[in-house]
Design a protein around this ligand. Sequence first.
Ligand SMILES: Cc1cc2nc3c(=O)[nH]c(=O)nc-3n(C[C@H](O)[C@H](O)[C@H](O)COP(=O)(O)OP(=O)(O)OC[C@H]3O[C@@H](n4cnc5c(N)ncnc54)[C@H](O)[C@@H]3O)c2cc1C
Length: 159
Amino acid sequence: MSIAGQFECDVAIVGASISGCAAAALFARRGLRVVLIEQRRDSAAYKRMCTHYILPCARPTLQRLGLDARIEHKGGVRNSLAIWTRWGLIPAVDVAKKNFGYNVRRVTLDPLLRSLATETPGVEYWPGFARRDFAGGRGAWLVWKQRPLKASGVWFPRG
Ligand SMILES: Cc1cc2nc3c(=O)[nH]c(=O)nc-3n(C[C@H](O)[C@H](O)[C@H](O)COP(=O)(O)OP(=O)(O)OC[C@H]3O[C@@H](n4cnc5c(N)ncnc54)[C@H](O)[C@@H]3O)c2cc1C
């Protein structure tokens, strides 16, 4: 089926927060055409029910995205992790050994990551659309309200 003015993409991602924005940027860098859909219109919107701790194990992904430098520029603090277990203490890693994550609030992180994603060539950002605006089609998902969209795949990150 072809509709006049229909926008076509390889993947539509519903939810422009941590996982949706990271995936959008990474997909687009690999050459996919991405539509990133977010129900909130405010590009500075952020998740309220969350704290600030990014685990050290997430750092390779932050580096891959180029987000680590942006976090540091915005005042994100390098952190570490020590864990008490029934077998004893797993000591904190040495920040100097570059095995660290970041403490950064979502009010800072979410807009930072959203702008990184939406600035990536190949990402088309559609704020103000919600999942309920979709009507499913055979082999495609279509937004009927304002803009018809045909996507080969649709991904709903689960927050
Ligand atoms: C109290 C609390 C503290 C936490 N602390 C930490 C922490 O310190 N460190 C840590 O790593 N994790 C923490 N987490 C977990 C962290 O918040 C989540 O893992 C993370 O936010 C998931 O990201 P996400 O992008 O999948 O979803 P979310 O950040 O939840 O984003 C979902 C996005 O989808 C959009 N959306 C939702 N429904 C629709 C729809 N129907 N149509 C269009 N858009 C839609 C939303 O507006 C939002 O932008 C905490 C969680 C809670 C509850």
